[in-house]
Write a protein that binds this ligand. Structure first.
Ligand SMILES: NC(=O)c1ccc[n+]([C@@H]2O[C@H](COP(=O)([O-])OP(=O)(O)OC[C@H]3O[C@@H](n4cnc5c(N)ncnc54)[C@H](OP(=O)(O)O)[C@@H]3O)[C@@H](O)[C@H]2O)c1
Length: 411
């Protein structure tokens, strides 16, 4: 099969955009050249000459020689305008923007169908790790039982540094930002939103389920404190921000992003620093484990490059599972075993939210409860948490036979 010649219009020349420029330069076999680059800030010093840049998106969108738009900007709303305009012009698009893809999944699906052009976004989910194409191509509709993993490199880096190297949360976040791992708006990472956007994309490609961001419950790492770290250390556990989706015994789908204590028997235990790891569980093959760098200029650019290369062979996502959808229902009727940290004053009042209580401890300032709680009650507790209860952390362990989830909350 002969490869198409690709003329690229690139949006964004930051961490990933410049990374792509370098990576493309070192990949002469790919018949792809960047014809024009659109950026925003007219006063910024650039690594390459000014003649390569434009500040007007229409210079790319209206250029008939450009057949591929690569969108690598940090503004999801502007990205959606650019991507939808490019698709309407019949240009293939590659994007790394998970927020945009997750928030506009159905519209983007329709645009691809209506204008018969592909949109690829491997880099939007776990950066260098090739998970979307694997989910899309390898797993048939009824094979997947669950998908679980660390999908945000920035928070995994922060958790690793605070846990293993005793860095303060602020220092670790600053390092993640300096290394180009973090989103421009850090709350997207630390609040678990970036992980949630990725989970939405994974849900569509693994189970054929298109969810709205508001459908999926997320807790981030920004409330994790010293008590949780101490608890984890004493028990030989690590804290990871874990996104997961699984089919329950009733056939319904559950999906959420919640920090989890993981023990050394869990494959995610060894996924540290900026790495991402995903475990898929299938009916007949048992588990598969994917691991790779979840952020950074060249790793992310390598996934963009892979999408560009795939376009040169006319590859597109077929969204088979969406079109074969078996009327899955997203359910909150799942029982989580949690560890809830609370203020001393709340020790008794929080117990009524639990179905069962295993352990309850209070000292002069704070305390914790371990026990089973429904996801519904957990969401209620989280929505009432205005900071007085300080931090919330959940640790989830799946009991294979019963599909009951063990979790920890620290509030
Ligand atoms: N960094 C990572 O490790 C990583 C990993 C996976 C996915 N991603 C995704 O990749 C995308 C880019 O991230 P990044 O880290 O490269 O961001 P970045 O370093 O902040 O760079 C953003 C770039 O976008 C440009 N830009 C912003 N708004 C624009 C607009 N309206 N029109 C044209 N250009 C615009 C900026 O222009 P100026 O240069 O003029 O300011 C800048 O060049 C994001 O969607 C992010 O979620 C990043």
């Amino acid at each position: 099969m002969s490869r198409k010649k690709l003329n690229i219009g690139l949006f964004g020349f930051g961490c990933v955009g410049f990374g792509l420029y370098e990576v493309l330069d070192k990949t002469p076999g790919l018949k792809a050249n960047i014809k024009n680059i659109c950026v925003k800030d007219k006063n910024k010093a650039r690594e390459i000459g000014a003649e390569n840049f434009t500040f007007d998106k229409n210079d790319i969108l209206n250029d008939d020689d450009i057949n591929v738009v690569v969108e690598l900007i940090d503004d999801a709303d502007a990205a959606f305008e650019i991507v939808s305009a490019a698709l309407k012009k019949g240009k293939a698009v590659v994007s790394a923007n998970k927020k945009m893809v997750a928030e506009h999944f159905t519209e983007l699906l329709e645009l691809q169908r209506e204008y018969n052009v592909p949109l690829l976004y491997e880099a939007a989910c776990c950066a260098s790790m090739p998970i979307i194409r694997n989910l899309e191509e390898y797993y048939d509709n009824d094979l997947l039982e669950s998908i679980e993993g660390i999908v945000n490199g920035s928070t995994n880096y922060i958790l690793t540094k605070t846990f293993a190297e005793n860095l303060s949360y602020e220092e670790a976040l600053k390092q993640a930002q300096d290394k180009g791992f973090a989103e421009s708006n850090p709350i997207l990472d630390t609040g678990g939103f970036d992980a949630k956007y990725k989970l939405l994309i994974l849900l569509a490609h693994s189970f054929g389920y298109i969810a709205n961001p508001t459908d999926i419950f997320n807790i981030g790492i920004d409330n994790i404190g010293g008590l949780e770290l101490k608890y984890a250390r004493e028990k030989g556990l690590k804290i990871k921000l874990v996104a997961q989706a699984f089919k329950g015994a009733n056939g319904n789908l559950s999906a959420f992003v919640i920090p989890k204590f993981v023990g050394n028997e869990d494959r995610l235990f060894t996924v540290d620093d900026v790495f991402n790891g995903i475990i898929t569980k299938t009916s007949f093959a048992d588990t598969h484990f994917f691991v790779g760098r979840g952020a950074g200029a060249h790793p992310t650019a390598s996934a963009v490059l892979s999408d560009i290369s795939a376009l040169s062979y006319d590859y597109r996502y077929e969204y088979k599972k969406i079109y074969q959808q078996e009327d899955l229902v997203l359910s909150n009727q799942v029982s989580l075993k949690v560890f809830l940290r609370h203020t001393k004053e709340e020790a008794e009042s929080l117990k009524e939210y639990f179905d069962t209580i295993e352990e309850s401890y209070v000292n002069n300032e704070s305390g914790y409860i371990t026990g089973n709680i429904s996801l519904e009650n957990l969401k209620t507790l989280q929505s009432q948490n205005k900071g007085e209860r300080s931090f919330i952390l959940l640790n989830i362990e799946k009991e294979k036979e019963t599909a009951v989830h063990e979790s920890l909350i620290l509030a």
